[in-house]
Design a binder for this molecule. Structure first.
Ligand SMILES: C[S@@+](CC[C@H](N)C(=O)[O-])C[C@H]1O[C@@H](n2cnc3c(N)ncnc32)[C@H](O)[C@@H]1O
Length: 391
């Protein structure tokens, strides 16, 4: 994670700008006064820089929740902050010069917003969940140039590595997304996907709720797959295989095929390892047998301008509100000015909560940097949040 160590933390006059980077405001944790968030904009991307003051110096890095996928934006922001505030840098892992060549502006890495607002529908889509080293994904994309491949991964080093290969090999039909694949499925239009690959997912034997395969994921897969489209699970874990088989067979109307130790065109890093250990490899292929209706998500995620009762707002700190299908937890309260507060929240379903910030001013409330994705649970949670803030 890119970071700077600085001697003494200094604040410039907010808002201010340096080298194309804008710093709008600073918010301070109301319980830990040594923790601040700085609202930063680089290349039209908004995120927070996180400041942690300590006895031996201050650490400056990007905030986890709002961190952009492209590291060079964080690099630029950190270096600019040090310059504009006059902070003396004592240690750093940030390269002084620029942007890596594989992270150019027309990069294959896409934001979830692009998929939620304007999902590409001009071609058949194939999805790979948790592509890791990307061997299978890159191979498939090169072998099928007429198909749009979407690779979803939550491990940033894998994304960077595959992004580099996409640029080196000039692959144009492959997009990458840094997002939880289970949440992503909600944004995929019905009946447009030919294949979903889930190869060697983490078995999560002790935390089964974190598994990719689950009833909700399989139901969404059936909806997004074309008639005749396939979900391919490949695993070395007999336990995961049994669990997935049970999950698939609990659902209605699908065709299943089970194969053991089948060779496929390309072997992933994990697969090579399991083969060396002479482990069995199981394939469960589900074929979708019917067309599904389009999804229709009603509702919006905005706040109507209203006067805030700051006493009531502050009293929510630390509270968790549960509702049918989900919850909102007011994790941390930040102060920007007397009549300008911000909460860090986790909200949504218990299995897959979202983490986000909401800024409350005297006459208006908004999410930072942007509203959460337009999903079913977020719409529900937003409705509860509005009621909690304004009664
Ligand atoms: C064991 S690795 C397998 C990688 C690759 N498919 C292969 O066969 O080598 C599982 C990958 O799934 C990713 N992953 C786990 N949960 C995920 C999720 N909910 N959404 C997207 N990726 C996920 C992990 O980061 C990891 O890279």
């Amino acid at each position: 994670m890119p970071h700077l160590h600085i001697q003494t933390f200094k604040k410039p006059q907010f808002p201010c700008e340096h080298d194309g980077v804008r710093f709008d405001l600073i918010a301070t944790n109301t319980e830990h006064h040594d923790e601040h968030l700085i609202a930063t904009t680089v290349d039209a991307k908004q995120f927070f820089l996180l400041v942690k003051e300590g006895e031996k110096g201050t650490l400056l890095k990007s905030d986890k929740i709002t961190r952009p996928s492209a590291n060079h934006l964080v690099h630029q922001a950190l270096l600019s902050y040090a310059k504009v505030s006059g902070c003396e840098v004592t240690a750093s892992n940030v390269p002084e010069h620029g942007k890596s060549m594989h992270l150019n502006s027309d990069s294959a890495i896409k934001d979830i917003e692009m998929f939620s607002s304007d999902f590409p529908r001009d071609r058949e889509v194939h999805i790979e969940v948790g592509f890791g080293s990307g061997r299978h994904l890159l191979h498939q994309a090169k072998a099928n140039p007429e198909i749009l491949f979407i690779g979803i991964e939550i491990y940033k080093p894998s994304i960077e590595q595959v992004l580099k290969q996409i640029n080196i090999q000039e692959i144009e039909n492959l997009y990458l997304l840094d997002y939880d694949a289970r949440l992503f499925m909600e944004f995929v239009p019905s009946n447009i996907v030919g294949r979903i690959y889930v190869h060697f997912p983490v078995p999560w034997d002790k935390k089964p709720h974190r598994r990719v395969i689950g009833e909700a994921f399989v139901n969404e897969s059936i909806r997004v797959l074309k008639k005749g489209g396939r979900l391919e699970l490949r695993t070395d874990s007999e336990n995961y295989f049994q669990y997935a088989f049970k999950t698939f067979t609990s659902l209605n109307k699908l065709t299943l095929e089970i194969l053991k130790n089948r060779e496929i065109a390309i072997s992933s890093k994990y697969e090579d390892r399991w083969k060396l250990m002479e482990k069995n490899i199981y394939d469960v292929t589900m074929t979708c047998d019917e067309e599904s209706p389009e999804i229709d998500l009603q509702g919006d995620l905005s706040f109507t301008p209203k006067s805030a009762d700051f006493k009531k707002v502050k009293a929510l700190n630390g509270k968790t509100e549960r509702f049918e299908g989900g919850f909102i937890h007011f994790e941390r309260l930040y102060s920007i000015k007397d009549d300008h507060l911000m909460y860090r929240l986790s909200m949504g379903s218990f299995d897959r909560p979202e983490h986000l910030y909401v800024v409350i001013e005297a006459q208006q409330t908004s999410y930072f940097p942007s509203a959460p994705i337009h999903s079913r649970t977020n719409l529900m949670a937003h409705d509860h949040l509005r009621k909690l803030l304004y009664g």
